[in-house]
Structures are given as structure tokens and as C-alpha cells.
Design a binder for this molecule. Structure first.
Ligand code: SAM
Ligand code: DTB
Ligand code: SF4
Length: 339
């Protein structure tokens, strides 16, 4: 029988799934994964921090918060051509999604936002799925991003509503949900997930998954991050979570949001090939490639190429779910070729 998409999951149901014997859980997730996706395909994405550090927020995991003393150097918004060079390189390395992050509390209607809109236009023209993560947005700003060609917007819930105040005090869970609503209303694809390893309980993880899976429409993309503890942040001494917790999160997300791209995000530098293989088995179907995430290290491109080869995985082609293939940059008629 075909698996139905449900938006009425109860917390108890999700808890029951999350707590299944782990191999049973992975088997179920792998089965759902194969019903909705090509299990040999993994989407490769690239992150770029277009504005780094100096953020006024107090997110206790984040190396970019101005109030913590970390090694991150503040960098003003990058130039559009620098960003497009990085996007082209990401494309050449097999990425099909390019996500630009800014250490802002919220978007302001100023020259910097206009510049970001130009970045979005440029990256979209390269044939990449263009994603941004810029903090809180208004309805109007979300529409402007959509008009510029934005494909997706990342805005994580990070943890459960109950645990949120332990991690961040400078904004509320409802602020987060409001922005996600604006993104959805503007017709931009929603990317929202969280972090494990911040001292939350299993119940908090279930709570976050409950909020995500009972939205009117599930997020199209759910990043699952393992905390990267950074010196100088309040969470610098958090112990590494067992890989089984990562696997349980991924598998549960896969089962309750079958169509979503579940992204094995931060924390891969501390995972073995076997750990990551288990995450793919549990239904993860995307990674971030490149030796840096936003500010912290990530596996080398060559290591990931080896991993894909070893596991027989193939990078997913771009705009897979669209009927019209994207126009590739090389296919756009150029007038300057013949001198
Ligand atoms: N400032 C924007 C915001 O907070 O929405 C966008 C950038 S912010 C760095 C994007 C996401 O990165 C956060 O929501 C969080 O989930 C993740 N993140 C930040 N620091 C992290 C860390 N040390 N380990 C794991 N994930 C982290
Ligand atoms: C997400 O959930 N993980 C990515 C992306 N969305 C923006 C970011 C991870 C950042 C890890 C910490 C850093 O490199 O600064
Ligand atoms: Fe700022 Fe985003 Fe980091 Fe929070 S997660 S401190 S909002 S950059």
C-alpha cells in the first residue's frame, strides 16, 4: 500500500517511531525512502558565507555571534562577482544547490539586500538551485527574493519550542515560524531543520520533528545538523552525540516527511565513512560539499568523491523535480565568441 503524506502526526506517534529498535527504524526509513526517491542519488550542495560574523543574536551554538569570543573574523557583505565565481566553481564540482548565508538577525531593506538580490539573480542564471539563509524576513522581502529567482530559503527551528529559550533568547520560536510562513506564502521552497547535541532531550528532538511534520505543507528540505562545538561559544564543551542519535533523527524525519530532502548537514568531519553510510541508509539524501560549511571545517571534496564511489552513490542532477530542465550557462547564446 502506498505511504500517505500526513500532516496530523501526534507527538506520541513520532516518539514511538524515534524509539523503535534502531535497525527496525532504519529498515522502515529505507523502505519509505525507496518509495519516494532514487536511493542511489544524493544531492550535493555548497554553502557560502556571504556576510560573516558580528551577528547581534545570542544563539549559543554559533561562532558568528558578536558577543562570543571566537576565531571568526567579521567580513562585510561579499561582492556579487566574487560570489558568482564561487557559485560557478561549486557547479563545476557537481553541486546543484548553492546556499548563501549571512550572519544577520534579519534582512533590512537597504543596499546590502539589493546586492543579495543580484547574487540570487546571478546564481539562478548559472542553473543552480539558489538558496539563502539571511535571518528573519518580512512577506515583502520574501516576495522580492522570489522575484529575483530564489528557489529555497533556509531558516532552522534548531530545537523544540520548549528548549528554544535555553539556546537563544534574542528571538522567539514564533518569530521563526512567522518567517517560515512568509517564505511559504511567497512560493519559495522551505528548508528548515535543526541541530542535535545541544543538551536537548530525546523528547525535544521529537518535539521539533512534530512541529515540522505538522505544518500545512512539510518543508521540502530538512537539514539535520550535529553540533559543531566551537571554542568561545557557550556550547563549546558539549559532548559529541552518539551516531545512533543522528541516525534516529534522519530516519524519523524520512518516515514522517517522506518527500522531503533530508540533509546530512554539519558534523560530518567527525563521522566515519560507515557512520555516513548508515545515515544514507536511514534516508539522508543530501550533503554539503567543500572544505568549509559557513565558518567551520567540512570533509574535502576528494574524500566525498571517494565515499560516493565506495557506496555506489551518484550526485543528483539539478532541478530534478521540475518539468523544464534549467538552461545551462553554456547553452545561453553568447555573442562574444567570435572576434
Ligand atoms: N543568521 C541566519 C539564521 O540564524 O537563520 C542564517 C545563518 S545561521 C549560521 C544558519 C544555521 O546554521 C543555524 O540556524 C544553525 O542551525 C546552523 N549552525 C550554526 N552554527 C552551528 C554549529 N556550530 N553547529 C551546527 N549547526 C550550526
Ligand atoms: C543548515 O542547517 N546547516 C548549514 C546551512 N543550514 C546553512 C549551516 C551549518 C553551519 C555550521 C557552522 C558553521 O560552519 O559556521
Ligand atoms: Fe546570528 Fe544566525 Fe549565528 Fe544566530 S545562527 S548568531 S542569527 S548568524
Amino acid at each position: 500500500m502506498a505511504t500517505a503524506i500526513r500532516n496530523n502526526w501526534t507527538r506520541a506517534e513520532i516518539e514511538e517511531i524515534y524509539n523503535l529498535p534502531v535497525l527496525e527504524l532504519v529498515y522502515k526509513a529505507a523502505t519509505v525512502h525507496r518509495e519516494f526517491h532514487d536511493a542511489r542519488e544524493v544531492q550535493v550542495c555548497t554553502l557560502l558565507s556571504v556576510k560573516t560574523g558580528g551577528c547581534p543574536e545570542d544563539c549559543s551554538y554559533c561562532p558568528q555571534a558578536a558577543r562570543y569570543h571566537t576565531d571568526v573574523k567579521v567580513q562585510k557583505l561579499m561582492e556579487v562577482d566574487e560570489v558568482l565565481t564561487a557559485a560557478q566553481e561549486a557547479c563545476d564540482n557537481g553541486s546543484t544547490r548553492f546556499c548563501m548565508g549571512a550572519a544577520w538577525r534579519e534582512v533590512r531593506d537597504n543596499k546590502d539586500f539589493d546586492k543579495v538580490l543580484d547574487m540570487v539573480k546571478g546564481v539562478n542564471a548559472l542553473g543552480l538551485e539558489v538558496c539563502c539563509t539571511l535571518g528573519m524576513l518580512t512577506d515583502d522581502q520574501a516576495k522580492k527574493l522570489k522575484d529575483a529567482g530564489l528557489y529555497a530559503y533556509n531558516h532552522n527551528l534548531d530545537t523544540s519550542e520548549e528548549h528554544y529559550n535555553e539556546i537563544i533568547t534574542t528571538r522567539t520560536y514564533d518569530d521563526r515560524l512567522d518567517t517560515l510562513n512568509s517564505v511559504r506564502e511567497a512560493g519559495v521552497s522551505v528548508c528548515s531543520g535543526g541541530i542535535i547535541g545541544m543538551g536537548e532531550s530525546h523528547g525535544d528532538r521529537v518535539g521539533m520533528l512534530h512541529t515540522l511534520s505538522t505544518m500545512k505543507e512539510h518543508p521540502e528540505s530538512v537539514p539535520v545538523n550535529a553540533l559543531v562545538p566551537v571554542e568561545g561559544t557557550p556550547l563549546e564543551d558539549q559532548p559529541k552525540v552518539p551516531i545512533w542519535d543522528m541516525i534516529r533523527m534522519i530516519a524519523t524525519a524520512r518516515i514522517i516527511m517522506p518527500k522531503a530532502m533530508v540533509r546530512l548537514s554539519a558534523g560530518r568531519v567527525r563521522m566515519t565513512q560507515e557512520d555516513q553510510a548508515f545515515c544514507f541508509m536511514a534516508g539522508a539524501n543530501s550533503i554539503f560539499a567543500g572544505d568549509k560549511l559557513l565558518t567551520t571545517p567540512n570533509p574535502e571534496v576528494n574524500e566525498d568523491k571517494e565515499l560516493f564511489h565506495l557506496l555506489g552513490l551518484k550526485p543528483r542532477a539539478s532541478f530534478k523535480d521540475k518539468t523544464q530542465p534549467a538552461i545551462k550557462f553554456e547553452q545561453i547564446p553568447q555573442h562574444s565568441h567570435h572576434h
